[in-house]
Design a protein around this ligand. Structure first.
Ligand code: SME
Length: 169
């Protein structure tokens, strides 16, 4: 597996559509020969952290015995356990719905792991009717994430789940 690297200035000026097209190719390359969930989640979080402009945390919380537990991530150390329905992650998980939060300080019950975070996007990981956890990405910039990010990240999550969880047919 080899991963093309781009100067960060290119990523910052690129349209979201082009950026997510590149991320799709890179993720497909990273996951091509591997189905281990944790290994693939670790590389996926690294890809996002190093490729998305203006993010300070990218990673996973995984559902274990009814609560979210910190999984592979990039960024500063984070809180370890989040109850379903709590914070942005627990709310997105409980609703099984992508949440875009422009200002985390206005979100009731937001859990502050890194004081630099000001906006956040959380995408649930759902396999059929089974909730597996969430993908969480944070930014120091208010309203950093758009509907294009929501669509792009949902598409990448589908690729990750197809490669790491779902039965190959
Ligand atoms: N802010 C999240 C907690 C996880 S950290 O951002 C990594 C929340 O409110 O659920």
């Amino acid at each position: 597996m080899s991963m093309a690297s781009l100067p960060s200035t290119d990523r910052q000026t690129m349209t979201p559509a082009t950026l997510y097209d590149q991320l799709t190719s890179q993720l497909l390359g990273l996951l091509a020969d591997e189905r281990d969930f944790i290994a693939n989640a670790a590389n996926f979080s690294s890809l996002l952290y190093h490729s998305l402009p203006d993010v300070n945390w990218a990673g996973f919380y995984l559902l274990k015995e009814g609560e979210l537990v910190l999984g592979p991530f990039q960024g500063k150390p984070a809180c370890i356990r989040i109850a379903l329905g709590k914070g942005v992650c627990g709310t997105a998980a409980e609703r099984r719905q992508t949440l875009l939060v422009d200002n985390v300080h206005d979100f009731p019950g937001h859990i502050a792991c890194d004081s630099e975070s000001n906006s956040e996007i959380v995408v649930p990981l759902v396999d059929g009717d089974r909730l597996l956890g969430v993908l969480d990405v944070d930014s120091p910039t208010h309203a950093r994430f758009t509907e294009e990010d929501a669509q792009g990240l949902n598409d990448l999550v589908e690729i990750f789940l197809a490669a790491s969880v779902r039965l190959v047919t």
